[in-house]
Design a protein around this ligand. Structure first.
Ligand code: IVH
Length: 710
């Protein structure tokens, strides 16, 4: 995600509107700050938080009046909670701007160069180091002795946690060497290693205490203990990466000074390196990302800092972050939790989607209790079972997903998940097409989950084309409980006339005498839409406008199609050579209609739940035949079977021609067959035709019959 994407929403047109949004946004950000800094219980991901911040910045850039001293843009974090003494930071503890996309890194480098008015050949050194996912702290040394430790707090005022920080092994009580400044405030990150975090949580469980969601929360909770002996029992660590107040800074560069901190006894991160191009920084970012899972502690990105301290001074700060540094965030975060149940949700198109119901867990700073399992095959592939401990991932702002199962933690007796074959919303059969991963509800006419979407399709321009019934109106009628299925569109006026305490349409908001009358007229008009439009309007899967025409050209009436579909039995894949029955053959033999479409049509018409609404609909409409296709042709209405080799045309052409002339083309010979056209090599079909006394024609005779000789 690039920084631009999330901050780009349209800005309000006027100051009052902007002020309103600004106030609400500020309130929201303050709430998140409180949860993050004081309660160690963040409710949203860092990425989401950053997006809120960016929106705030965008508002203030457009309406500078909103940039008041108490705006969250002018403060960092949250004011201390009150349990500890307050510490005013001599140099404010600031935050970092974020980069999410590689373009943002290039943009950062370009911005710095522009600001410093550097020439293309001038070299700009920038360091890159891991962004440690802990909490920042300030450690004050006087004459080489640790005298005070503080949290960041709101950046201006933090909490005095001296005694707690003193318990951390990585924090020297006395600075080493003889060249440390008299006054030196060291800044860095307090964090907990993965191994220590796991061990701590095991101890918590053994003691019947709540576990920590992640190492950062554990570190924060441990540092802010009122009893330092508790902190001492928590294995905290510290990486030094910056400094605040200092009586001397014996280096010209950021990295030089950090190396000094290392000499004076601090742990410094070994992955810090200097580069002179955005490409170099990005390459290091990727290298660190590749190493991320084996580092043994959490990092959430890479921090880039202009290395020369004189340039840092020239660059200075913008509100809460330095112009000379930026944090390039990593995209994904993972956590493990227990899968409590698998829910099946039904989407607007009838797709059944499995959703994991999880024991709530913090992933990337957000509490996650639902995650997608994608589909039936994914559940089987990962062998996800209810009761399993699973790894959950959030990548950027996408829906959390279940990545894998932790097999060692599978409870005894957990059984493989059986995906339902009926729709959990309406009880209709849910079917899966060959080669499709999604299972779909076939109860298109009655399923609540699909209803509004289906109704919208039903009335749309190329379907029943009912003027005055747009998306908005359909939703409203559905809400009012007045139109729940297509037939009810046509009974609307009658029901209204019959009263039953119904609110008259003309009295509804947005409607009047004329618009109501116009709607009823449009509905009346739609009763006679052609059969192919009516079929298309039903929204059967794979039956778009073209297939609806193909089907109706052959079957003429919807009743005939329905009858064939009800009788059809597709080939049984278990039985070798099975071709299905005649009714099946009749459908798949229509030009352009293959087994996938045929199956979808059959599934729809064979679903018993669709019968009542379909009957109700057919009782209301009087569809006209789609087009008067060659009614007068000599073969109109006859059923023709082609067999053997054809010499003057391909089988497809022959079929298309016959259908154009109003004949039905079937794949097999039965009592219903009127003509069999047999070419050389015709075998069993020809024999059967003779048996049944059906008229047989050669290809030429057929062409002569239909008047297209030669
Ligand atoms: S430099 C003036 N370097 O990230 C900014 N910060 O979002 C000085 N952090 O408050 C910060 N690792 O808590 C810096 N290597 C690193 C860091 C780092 C983690 C944290 C720190 C800071 C926050 C900014």
């Amino acid at each position: 995600m690039s920084a631009k994407e999330t901050s780009d929403g349209e800005l309000p047109p006027s100051l009052p509107d902007a002020a309103k949004e600004h106030a609400a946004l500020s309130e929201e950000i303050r709430g998140h700050d409180r949860r993050y800094y004081q309660e160690d219980a963040p409710a949203i991901s860092d990425a989401e938080y950053d997006a809120l911040r960016r929106r705030l910045d965008a508002l203030e850039a457009e309406f500078p009046e909103l940039k008041t001293p108490d705006s969250p843009s002018q403060t960092v974090g949250a004011a201390p909670s009150g349990a500890f003494a307050k510490v005013r930071h001599a140099v404010p503890m600031l935050s970092l701007g974020n980069a999410f996309a590689e373009e943002d890194v290039a943009e950062f480098v370009a911005r710095v160069r522009r600001f410093l008015q550097m020439k293309p050949d001038d070299e700009l050194a920038i360091s890159a180091e891991p962004k440690i996912d802990g909490l920042s702290a300030s450690l004050l040394y006087r004459d080489g002795r640790f005298v005070r430790g503080a949290t960041r707090g709101d950046g201006a005022v933090g909490e005095d946690v001296t005694r707690n920080i003193a318990t951390i092994d990585d924090v020297p009580e006395r600075l080493e060497g003889d060249d440390a400044p008299e006054v030196l405030e060291v800044r860095g990150e307090v964090y907990m290693s993965h191994a220590d975090f796991r061990a701590l949580n095991e101890r918590q469980v053994a003691a019947g205490k709540p576990v920590f969601a992640n190492p950062r929360n554990a570190a924060a909770g441990s540092l802010r203990q009122l009893d330092p002996s508790v902190t001492a029992s928590r294995p905290l660590r510290f990486f030094a990466y910056a400094w605040g107040e200092a009586s001397a800074v014996p280096s010209d560069t950021q990295t030089g000074m950090v190396k000094n901190l290392g000499r004076w006894g601090f742990s410094i991160n070994p992955l810090m390196k200097v580069f002179t191009s955005a490409e170099g920084l990005i390459a290091h970012y990727r290298a660190i990302e590749a190493e991320r899972s084996s580092l043994g502690y959490d990092i959430d990105g890479v921090v880039y800092k202009v290395d020369r301290l004189d340039l840092q001074r020239r660059l200075g700060f913008v509100s809460r972050s330095p112009r000379w540094a930026i944090a390039h965030k990593f995209p994904a975060e993972q956590a493990t939790t227990v899968l409590e149940a698998i829910d099946i949700q039904v989407g607007r198109t009838g797709a059944l989607t499995p959703v994991a119901k999880l024991t709530p867990v913090t992933v990337g700073g957000v509490v996650v209790s639902n995650a997608t399992l994608h589909n039936e095959d994914e559940i089987a592939r990962k062998d996800v079972r209810v009761g399993d401990t699973v790894i959950v991932q959030r990548a950027g702002d996408v829906i959390p997903q279940v990545v894998a199962v932790v097999p060692e933690k599978r409870p005894k007796g957990a059984t493989p998940f059986v995906f339902p074959t009926v729709c959990p919303v309406c009880g209709s059969h849910a079917v899966r097409e060959e080669g499709e991963v999604v299972r779909r509800c076939t109860g298109g006419l009655i399923c609540r989950a699909q209803a509004v979407e289906r109704l919208r399709h039903f009335v749309s321009r190329n379907a029943m084309d009912i003027d005055g019934l747009g998306d908005k109106q359909i939703s409203a009628f559905y809400e009012w409980g007045q139109i729940r299925q297509p037939s009810e569109i046509f009974t609307l006026e009658r029901r209204e006339r019959d009263g039953d305490g119904l609110i008259l349409l003309r009295n509804r908001e947005g409607w009047g005498e004329t618009s109501a009358k116009n709607l009823y007229a449009a509905i009346e008009d739609a009763r006679t839409r052609t059969t192919d439009r009516l079929l298309y309007a039903l929204g059967i899967r794979h039956v778009g406008e073209v297939n609806a025409k193909r089907l109706m050209r052959h079957f003429v009436s919807l009743e005939a199609l329905r009858d064939a579909a009800r009788r059809a039995t597709p080939p049984d894949p278990e039985v070798k050579g099975d071709k299905g029955n005649d009714a099946w053959a009749e459908i798949v033999d229509i030009e352009g209609i293959g087994p996938i479409v045929a199956r979808a049509v059959i599934d729809f018409f064979q679903e018993p739940q669709n019968d009542p609404p379909l009957d109700a609909l057919l009782a209301e409409v009087k569809p006209e035949p789609m087009e008067q296709v060659a009614r007068e042709s000599p073969v109109a209405g006859l059923t023709v079977v082609f067999t053997g080799a054809l010499e003057k045309m391909t089988r497809d052409e022959a079929k298309a021609m016959a259908e154009r002339l109003g004949a039905k083309v079937a794949g097999s010979v039965s009592k219903k067959t009127d003509i069999v056209v047999a070419g050389p090599g015709a075998g069993s079909k020809l024999a059967k035709a003779r048996d049944l006394g059906i008229e047989t024609l050669s290809e030429d005779e057929w062409l002569a019959r239909v008047g297209e000789t030669g």
